[in-house]
Design a protein around this ligand. Structure first.
Ligand code: FES
Length: 108
């Protein structure tokens, strides 16, 4: 998982992109189908601004997807707090899938 935005250049206005919402894609910030089985779906986004550079969220905690809203600047503390309170916390070390309760990702 990345803790900062992806700088994306020269998107064509009107083109459609699928923003990875699960964090598992190998082609961040866009979906590569890795979300299958997680219960999380990508966000369909049509480019509606004519601009050269976009800051697209890669941490997956933005409140304005697919754009970075700077939530990542305090993310490690937020993630640790969320994972510490997760009801599935005791099962994380045996899980092979993303925890949809707190965002915990197994090491592969
Ligand atoms: S990368 Fe900035 S809010 Fe996600």
């Amino acid at each position: 998982m990345d803790y900062g935005p992806c700088t994306v250049r020269d998107l064509k206005i009107g083109s459609t992109k699928y923003w990875c919402a699960c964090g598992l894609s190998k082609h961040q910030p866009w979906c590569d189908g890795s979300h299958k089985g997680t219960g999380i779906s990508p966000l369909k986004w049509t480019v509606n601004k004519d601009q050269k550079i976009f800051q697209i969220c890669a941490c997956k905690y933005t409140k304005d997807p697919p754009f970075c809203d700077a939530t990542h600047t305090n993310l490690p503390c937020q993630v640790m707090e969320r994972q510490d309170k997760c009801q599935n916390k005791d099962k994380h070390c045996q899980d092979t899938k993303l925890c949809t309760g707190c965002g915990w990702i197994p090491d592969f």
